[in-house]
Design a binder for this molecule. Sequence first.
Ligand code: SF4
Length: 963
Amino acid sequence: MPKETRSTCPYCGVGCGVIIESQGDEITGVRGDPDHPANFGRLCTKGSTLHLTASNIVTRQTRLLHPMQREQRGAAPQRISWDSALDVASEGFARIIREHGPDAVGFYISGQLLTEDYYVFNKLAKGLIGTNNIDTNSRLCMSSAVAGYKQTLGADAPPSCYDDVNHAQCIFIVGSNTAYAHPILFRRIEDAKAANPAMKIIFCDPRRTDTAGIADLYLPIQPGTDVALFNGMLHIMLWEGWTQAAYIAEHTGGFDALKTTVRDYTPDLVSQTCGITKDDLFTAAKLFATSASTLSLYCQGLNQSSSGTAKNAALINLHLATAQIGKPGAGPFSLTGQPNAMGGREVGGLANLLSAHRDLANPQHRAEVATLWGIPSVPDQPGKTAVEMFQAAADGEIKALWIACTNPAQSMPDQATVRRALQRAELVIVQEAFATPATCDYADLLLPATTWGEKTGTVTNSERRISRVRPAVAAPGETRHDWSIAVVFAQRLEKLLPVQKISTLFPWSAGDEAAAVEGIWNEHRESTRGRDLDITGMSYAMLDTAPQQWPLKEGENTGKVRLYEDGIFPTDDGKARFVNTVYKPAAEPRESRYPFSLTTGRLRDQWHGMSRTGTLGRLFGHVAEPALQMNAQDMARRLLKDGDLVYVTSKRGSIVVPLQASPEVAVSQAFMAMHWGGEYLSGLSSSGEPLAGVNALTTSAYCPSSKQPELKHVAVKILKAELPWSLLAMAWLPQDQALAAREQLKPLMASFAFSSCVPFSNEVPLGEAGRQRTGVLFRAAGFEAPPEGLLQKIESILGLGGADALRYVDRKKGQHRTARLVHRGEDAELAGFVLAGDVSAQAWIKTLLQDELPAQSYGRLLLLPGAKAPVALQARGKPVCTCFSVTDAEIGACLTDITHAVGGAGYLASDDERLQALQDKLKCGTNCGSCVPEIKRLIRTAGQARPAAASGGRPVIPIKVLA
Ligand code: SF4
């Protein structure tokens, strides 16, 4: 019998409970925890494949298992002992602090860390070293939400909860592709809508994502115009008398100034600014204000902006003006991106915060924290936030960087500056579970950390619910827990630095893990006494029974489900504050030289820099390769077509990427997934620098209040890349070699003007993962054929370099073709191929390989440049449902039959009937449900394409837009 361990999913802020199955030192399965109040047993595509990313076959190839030191930059790191590694770290930090002062060092940590890890790092920087230079990748995802809550409601506390979805009469989803980024919450929205069809959903986003499919009203605003929209809605609410004067008078302040400001936001001006109709603007304002309860759900579309705080505040203004707060189904509810961004906020793990939501700028708060820690003072100088920290390192001001559990060489904007910082810093320490992130290449010292399935501690999800994280297997290799690495380092540093204290600030022993983490958490708990997030009534024992929401004060039995029900806010006078928000355009607006607005966002099946999800070929089924999406009209105007390579260029950098038409993207806009870093998409710039993925383009311009950078908008130009020489190489590889092969291919990527390298798999249902195969797909293009030796190297890495491979080479014409067939029964299948030069046969040869079709009869055609398949090969199509391996082609084929099956010829089945019939037949969307929004879109699209006569005269429209 496998051992079962209750824990929490390490991906997004929904914070789903999981049950991990393990045998010995191997994680063998995962399923949703039916008792966890965030998900009640459900998991999305990412959560339900966690065990596959944690299998020993994968981790043996990707994990950092031993401390490593790089003697000089660019050299391969060498294994060293923990003792030596900690000596290097502590002596290096101590020397730099002695020579240049405490602000010459910086810590860049992560919303993936557990609360206990976060707490120790924060105390290490602010309490021991005496610097506030500690920030986190959560700065990139939710610091605008923090600032927005604090400016309006007085504290960084999301007032709502997931259950509010069931009580709302109107849900306003803005700047959030909830269907993809918070899938299990989206399942709850789907259920709530099904149970209460009268509930209205407004969706507002420049991109018509799959979240739009559930909306009654879609507002496709221009990028960055949210404040104008919200102010315009308030203008209409005031004009129509929909605001709540009594609530405003009794529970808020500052309304008069805002009222004067929004007078200028007339429907004409706002509809023009935002690019929506006045009717839709009016409908949105009416639904928001007059519904019995309105819940706003928002995320990076508001936060990742140079006006991020103003966007958050302007939306909260609407809730305060209409009293849509403090009651079931109502409130402004920011969704956190990372699993423990909330926990980081709670312990003050940001450059401007202190423990328990205290402010660094507040002398009383500093004194309280100093007393708690037993030190004379905490430093009063504001620390460097993420962008500032890397800029300071690039300028030589910060000389030592400690990076834990995050990959700034992929995720930070303006990669040129970030990489300059990593190169210039005297000492770069990277504390990581994986050896594969791009940041590892810059580390002088690599410290191996434990990860999901191995760690113990707590995390807090978007609805303020604290859950336990528990270990299912022992720490592999020489990995250590993040808190433990920080504690041992701190204890050594205490001996090297002249600190004024009697005993250690870190009285926890790495030898007694359970007692140590509970001790750290108890100290954090004590810091919350009397604060808005008071958890003095909680204990590890209580959390072991069930996850709990904060606040939960001493003497109480349960946490607060929702906040501000009494209309009293955590401000000096107990009143919330309206912020006088004024619309400002994006920091870098579109202009004639950079005429496109590029936005970034998440894919359904990938997570952040993909150090975990990027190990599984099956998670590349939904989106197989990096691409830039554009509107078809823009492409036609520029004579571009699907698959063309384009240069995408901003003021900071340029990348080469394949192009793809997308109906989700509006004219003059473009989209690229945030995940595609230099590990997957590379090439060589004209100045000879390796290209750094999508964040080579993005801007580090940030919101002045939250310092969150504007990752959601950058002005770019898009031009066709004329690269006449192309290469596509694919091969199945043994499971225990595929990831290692990708690592060997990585250094070769910069040899080409464009290159990408991703895994792929044969699509098998999740329940049959045992027969899953893994392969590697390498694509490249250049101005001319590379040296033959380079192609041979690629062949060799892909297992195609042997004498058993068929080969054709014409060096003069730059043609190189290799195919390896292996016997399968009486036929043969393609094990791998290289097409270099002419790749026009790629579609059918790729299908032959990926769909594992009999290949014997194709023989020499595989080597013939430009050869066509003798019989048209029908690809299985793009996987939509990865749980049951159902493709778009299969769904499309099935949809035609379904009309007849449900009601006979001439009958038009409703969308719901067709979904049900599809699911009965193909099972798609019946497991995790992550693909349901896309299946519904395919159903709507199929309906649109049908002739009017066949539709029985019933209108079929893609989104039900309210009049
Ligand atoms: Fe994990 Fe998916 Fe739940 Fe997010 S929604 S916590 S990724 S299972």
